[in-house]
Design a protein around this ligand. Structure first.
Ligand SMILES: [Zn+2]
Length: 349
């Protein structure tokens, strides 16, 4: 099956009332782990690459690895997504390479660090939307700023500094026509999100619900949504790691989000922890080993387990064969003739 539009994937998820995990990749083993999990659970899937990943792997390698996945697993719909594009040019280059979806994160300036103004965000995001939709490509925007830094991207600091304002979210969705909207509700990128199990004072699920009430048909995206489970942290530390105690976003909060319009959930840290724990265990227990396959195989298996678990928890499991993928050319026509709406439904307060 050719790579599919993320818009179609999320529209279908909205119909079915489930969420779709978007898993970050940097190498072949991570792509294999995701695809095996998708096969085991019969799930549609979003594979995403950050700018850092595109640099690390050389993006043509990544593109062809994901194409290989689509050949090897023809029954599974795969959307290939640029995570946190920092500029029009980054998004354009992803589209030229063959990505079927891009995130334009205009909440930050092009340096990927300094918060941008609302008007700057609207302007650059709208420019990407116009370019992308003409080509049938999905666009995710971000309003509000997440905490933390990952892959050199992020404003740093706490996730509570720039919580999304629901009125601004409505205006942003109306003026840009984005297909999906990432919002800031107190989460952060990376492993160190919360210093204790998060409650309503640090994880603003009420803001998410308020935004969903105003924008009932807009696909919401949760970033920084690894759960950072204690058992994965423990394995890393048991075999010589030195992670400080930390808390992520509990799965039940993500599920509450899914009941309130969240359709895409970004997960990276949990997979990193799973792989690192598995690698550490092999090298700790068998220091004589030196064949990378001896530790990459268990690492891949550990990541597959986490991904499959998230696919079941997010509800995408079982939905891999629900629909026939629409070609990217047909999607482009849909944007043009209005059968694919880019005007959000707005409910009054
Ligand atoms: Zn993110």
């Amino acid at each position: 099956m050719p790579l599919v539009s993320m818009r179609q994937l999320l529209d279908e998820a909205a119909k079915g009332g489930y969420g779709v995990g978007a898993f970050n990749v940097n190498d072949m083993e991570q792509i294999q782990a995701i695809m095996e999990a998708a096969k085991e659970t019969n799930s549609p899937v979003i594979i995403q690459a950050s700018r850092g990943a595109r640099q690390f792997a050389q993006d043509r390698y990544l593109y062809h690895l994901i194409l290989a996945a689509s050949e090897l697993y023809p029954e599974i719909p795969i959307a290939m997504h640029q995570d946190h594009g920092n500029s029009f040019e980054t998004c354009k280059s992803a589209i030229e390479l063959g990505f079927t979806s891009v995130m334009m994160d205009g909440s930050l300036k092009e340096d990927g660090k300094t918060p941008a103004t609302f008007e700057e965000n609207v302007e650059v995001t709208k420019r990407v939307v116009d370019y992308a939709h003409e080509r049938g490509i999905t666009v995710e925007g971000e309003i509000g700023v997440l905490g933390g830094v990952e892959d050199g991207h992020g404003a740093g600091g706490s996730g509570l500094e720039h919580i999304t304002d629901p009125d601004q979210a409505v205006e942003f969705a109306e003026r840009t026509g984005v297909d999906a909207l990432a919002i800031a509700i107190g989460t952060s990128h990376g492993a160190y999100k919360f210093t204790k199990k998060p409650d309503g004072s640090v994880l603003k699920m009420d803001v998410l619900i308020a935004i969903h009430k105003r924008l009932p048909n807009t696909h919401l995206v949760m970033h920084g949504s690894s759960s950072v489970p204690k058992d994965l942290q423990d394995i890393v530390n048991q075999y010589g790691g030195k992670l400080k105690p930390t808390w992520g976003v509990p799965v039940e909060e993500i599920q509450l989000g899914i009941r309130n319009g969240v359709r895409k959930i970004n997960v990276d840290t949990d997979n990193r922890l799973a792989m690192t724990g598995a690698i550490r265990k092999v090298l700790w227990e068998s220091p004589e080993k030196f064949d990378p396959r001896d530790y990459m195989k268990p690492a891949r298996e550990a990541m597959k387990k986490v991904v499959a678990q998230r696919m079941r928890e997010f509800g995408q499991a079982g939905h891999g064969g629900d629909y026939k993928p629409i070609s990217i050319e047909e999607i482009a026509k849909g944007y043009k003739n209005g059968t694919l709406s880019t005007r959000p439904l707005v409910a009054s307060k």
